[in-house]
Write a protein that binds this ligand. Structure first.
Ligand code: AMP
Ligand code: GLY
Length: 359
C-alpha cells in the first residue's frame, strides 16, 4: 500500500500525527487537503468531526479515520454522552437538579466549548457567575474526587484497540483554582495498581460492547476521561478524537507503525520508560495570550518540538497563539530534560509548568 494521507487540523497534535504517519511504510506522502488526491483522511480536532465532515468524505469514497456524525455527539452533547453511559451500565457522575445547593458541584455546558464549558464550583456565587457566561443549556452533576487518567482508544469498525493510559495536566498552574487550559503537559504510561488495571479492562470491554450494540460503523478515536473513585473508574467525559497533548506523548511512545495499527489490525507496542510532553505557552494564556514574540530554539536531538501556535516569516519563527510549542521526549525521567529545554528557548513571554512530573 502506498497512501496519500491528509491530516485535518493544524495544532501540535496534528503535527505529531503527521510525524507518525510520515514514518510509516504505508505512507507515500502527506497531502495538504483531501482534494489533493488523498486516499486516507485522519481527523484531528472535534469541530470538523462534529460538523459531519467524516460522513461527507466517506460518501465521496475516501477512507476516513474519524468518528461519524451520529457518534460525534458523545463529545458535542454531554447529555447524549450521559444517556449512552447510563443505557450501557457505564459508571459516571450523577445528575443533580439545576438548583442543587450541595457544593462542590460541577457545572457543564451541553455543547462544544473548547474545554471552557466545565467548572467545579464551590459556592452559589461562583455558580451564578459561571452559569451566566456559558452557553445554554447546561446541567449540574455531582463532584467526584479522585485521580484522573485519559484513555485513548481506536475503534477499527469491529473492535476497540486501546492505547496505554496517559495523564494530562489541564490547569494553568498547580493551584486547584487556576483556569483549565487546552493542556499544559502529559505523560504515559500511568502506573496503575492491579485492581485499577482490571477495572479499566472491564470498563473498556463495556465501552466496546456499547459501541457494537449501538451499531457503530466508523473507524475513529474515542477518548475517555476517567477518574478513580469509590474503587472504580467513572467517566468524566468523552471526546471523539485524540487528546492534545496526550496524543503527542502516546505517538512518540509507539514502537510500531501507527498506520499499521489503524489499517492492519496491529496492537500498539511501546518503547521503554515514559513518554512526556510539555507545553510552552504564551503569557496571558488561556484568555488573552501575547503574540508575535520571536522564538529561537536551542539544539537538542533528544527533544522533539511540535508547533502549536507558531508563524514563520522570512525564516524567523514567531509565537502566534496561546499554546505555542509542544516539547516531547522519551526516557526514564523525561520532565527534567523537557524543562531544561524549555528554559533555554528564547521567547520573551514564554510560560510553562515546572512542577509537572510522573506520579
Ligand atoms: P470535562 O471537560 O468534562 O472533562 O471536564 C474538565 C475537567 O473538569 C475534568 O478533567 C475534571 O478535572 C473536572 N470534572 C469534570 N467533571 C467532574 C466531576 N463530575 N467531578 C469532579 N471533577 C470533574
Ligand atoms: N487533553 C484533553 C483534551 O484533549 O481534551
Amino acid at each position: 500500500m502506498s497512501l496519500k494521507v491528509c491530516v485535518i487540523g493544524s495544532g501540535a497534535r496534528e503535527e505529531a500525527i503527521k510525524d507518525a504517519v510520515s514514518r510509516s511504510f504505508l505512507c507515500e506522502k502527506i497531502v495538504d487537503t483531501p482534494e489533493d488526491g488523498a486516499d486516507l483522511i485522519i481527523f484531528g480536532p472535534e469541530q470538523p468531526i462534529c460538523d459531519g465532515l467524516v460522513d461527507y468524505y466517506k460518501l465521496k469514497g475516501i477512507e476516513c479515520i474519524g468518528v461519524d456524525k451520529k457518534f460525534s455527539r458523545l463529545e458535542s452533547s454531554k447529555l447524549f454522552a450521559k444517556k449512552f453511559m447510563v443505557n450501557h451500565g457505564i459508571k459516571c457522575a450523577k445528575l443533580l437538579p439545576v438548583e442543587s445547593d450541595i457544593f462542590p458541584q460541577v457545572v457543564k455546558a451541553d455543547g462544544l466549548c473548547k474545554g471552557k464549558g466545565v467548572k467545579v464550583v464551590y459556592n452559589q456565587q461562583e455558580k451564578n457567575e459561571f452559569t451566566r457566561q456559558i452557553p445554554k443549556p447546561y446541567f449540574i452533576e455531582e463532584f467526584l474526587d479522585g485521580s484522573e487518567i485519559s484513555v485513548m482508544s481506536y475503534f477499527n469498525g469491529k473492535n476497540l484497540v486501546n492505547f496505554c493510559p496517559a495523564r494530562d495536566f489541564k490547569r494553568l498552574t498547580s493551584d486547584i483554582k487556576s483556569p483549565n487550559t487546552g493542556g499544559m503537559g502529559a505523560y504515559c504510561p500511568v502506573n496503575l495498581s492491579q485492581i485499577q488495571e482490571n477495572k479499566l479492562q472491564s470498563y473498556l470491554d463495556r465501552l466496546q460492547t456499547a459501541l457494537i450494540n449501538e451499531g457503530a460503523d466508523f473507524k475513529g478515536f474515542i477518548y475517555s476521561g476517567l477518574i478513580w473513585t469509590r474503587d472504580d473508574w467513572y467517566v468524566l467525559e468523552y471526546n471523539v478524537r485524540l487528546g492534545d497533548p496526550e496524543c503527542q506523548a502516546i505517538l512518540n511512545f509507539l514502537e510500531n507503525d501507527f498506520l499499521s495499527i489503524l489499517l492492519n489490525n496491529e496492537e500498539p507496542k511501546y518503547k521503554k520508560g515514559y513518554s512526556a510532553c510539555l507545553t510552552v505557552a504564551s503569557e496571558g494564556y488561556p484568555y488573552n495570550p501575547v503574540k508575535g514574540d520571536e522564538i529561537i530554539l536551542p539544539h537538542d536531538d533528544g527533544v522533539k518540538v511540535y508547533f502549536a501556535g507558531v508563524k514563520c516569516e522570512n525564516g524567523h519563527l514567531y509565537s502566534n497563539g496561546g499554546r505555542v510549542l509542544s516539547l516531547c521526549t522519551v526516557s526514564d525521567n523525561p520532565f527534567p530534560a523537557l524543562r531544561d529545554f524549555a528554559e533555554k528557548i528564547q521567547m520573551k513571554h514564554k510560560i510553562f509548568r515546572n512542577d509537572i512530573n510522573i506520579f
